[in-house]
Design a protein around this ligand. Structure first.
Ligand code: PMP
Length: 409
């Protein structure tokens, strides 16, 4: 059993000076208790080294941002070049226009783009723009979906008021009938429908949209509203470089990206169709760091490199290799698992594992073998994962599955 002494010691110190020690989704409380690293020293390619000196092949990719690999040379070169000139100015750098032009050319159904920092910035902005466009209040979203920390959608109600959520209605993902009923009932008050391209809620098997559901979205969302908002913050650039909407044959009015856009540099973007532009101009959207030039340089270099190397095809090949390998291992051991979602953002659950104890056992054993998975959140492939990494991973997952079998039968 390897130890995490330095991680634990840092976490103890952190708890004294930071609420919760490590707040939010990066908290080790979501990981196998006392059996996971809490802090990372450094990273390169598809590997990171924790503060105790252990190296892991990473399948969380910083919860998505790392898509080309940590410290990718093409991105770092662009970052250095911009840093030489400066980052945060009184006015944007020309890089804002270059990036905007590139993204509008690259993403389907997009005529303009506005930049923020985090995913939450742009999901909030998209809902406000939908309201400004339609002069209506209500927003429809899927039950249990994550769209950020805005008070209207934060999954934890602490500190939020009921009034802030009063105009948000929910329906079960893929329930076409309920969606159609709600649109019919609230049509004249409905500003928008916000959805991720597939269901990727934490603690849940992933679910792809049914054709019936996609067709309903195509039928229901018209130029006059409700506005269709695709939240591609998590999945963006891992299904299709034109956006996940294009992958599923949707033409949303607004599309939100962040995470992978800057290969780890803080940037988000909301792209929209021409008819939404007047409304977007009216919404007051700003932040001290929104126009920072370095993350924009990182984003431009990232998307150009993703295009140049056809990163999506590579990630699909690697993802498929991992999936087939793990399915075969589970089958040979008689373990019942669900391996769900696109292979570039897969998730593994065990049957009869409501408390996620089997998943935590699996992950804890994988950490011992130098592979990092998450027990309750979907995983991410990157362009840096190569066949040898997948094969090394599979050697680790075999031991992890065997451990689950040994403990739970
Ligand atoms: N939408 C989705 C689908 C997300 O996965 C996330 C982040 N997990 C967000 C929005 C919010 O992004 P951020 O954490 O950068 O604010």
């Amino acid at each position: 059993m390897i130890g995490f002494e330095r991680s634990q010691a840092l976490f103890q110190r952190a708890q004294k000076v930071v609420p919760g020690g490590i707040p939010g989704h990066q908290s080790p409380r979501l990981l196998p208790r006392n059996q996971s690293p809490c802090f990372i020293e450094k990273a390169a390619g598809c590997r990171f080294q924790d503060v105790d000196g252990r190296v892991y092949i990473d399948y969380l990719c910083a919860y998505g941002p790392m898509i080309l690999g940590y410290r990718h040379p093409a991105v770092e070169k662009a970052v250095e070049a911009q840093r030489e000139k400066g980052d945060c100015f009184d006015l944007p750098g020309p890089i804002m226009v270059e990036l905007a032009e590139h993204l509008v050319g690259m993403i389907d159904s997009a005529d303009w783009v506005i930049f923020g920092k985090n995913g939450s910035d742009v999901t909030d902005f998209a809902c406000q723009t939908a309201r400004a466009h339609t002069h209506r209040k209500k927003i429809l979203m899927a039950q249990g979906a994550y769209h950020g920390i805005g008070p209207w959608c934060n999954p934890n109600p602490t500190g939020m008021t009921e009034e802030e959520r009063a105009n948000v209605l929910t329906f079960p993902y893929n329930h076409t009938q309920t969606l159609r009923r709600l649109v019919a009932e609230h049509g004249d008050q409905l500003a928008g429908i916000i959805l991720s391209p597939f269901r990727h809620d934490a603690f849940h098997d992933q679910e792809m949209p049914t054709e019936d559901f996609l067709q309903a979205l195509r039928d229901l969302c018209r130029p006059e509203g409700p506005v269709l908002i695709l939240d591609d913050v998590r999945a963006g650039f891992r299904l299709d470089l034109r956006g996940s909407a294009a992958y599923f044959g949707l033409q949303p009015h607004l599309q939100c990206f962040s995470k992978a856009l800057g290969n780890g540099y803080p940037i988000s973007a909301c792209l929209g169709r021409e008819e939404l532009k007047p409304a977007a101009e009216k919404v007051f959207f700003t932040g001290s760091f929104f126009m920072a030039a370095v993350p924009m340089a990182a984003a431009l270099a990232t998307v150009k490199e993703l295009q140049r190397i056809d990163a999506v095809s590579h990630m699909f090949r690697m993802g498929e290799r991992l999936k087939q390998g793990m399915l075969e291992q589970a089958r040979s051991l008689g373990l019942k698992i669900n391996y769900t979602g696109p292979v570039t953002l897969p998730f593994l659950t065990f049957e009869e594992d409501r408390s996620f104890e089997k998943a935590r056992t699996f992950c804890a054993r994988a950490y011992q073998e130098g592979v990092f998975f998450h027990p309750i959140h979907n995983w991410f492939l990157s362009a840096a994962h190569q066949e040898e990494d997948i094969d090394q991973t599979l050697a680790a997952t075999l031991k992890a599955f065997q451990e689950v079998k040994r403990r739970f039968g």
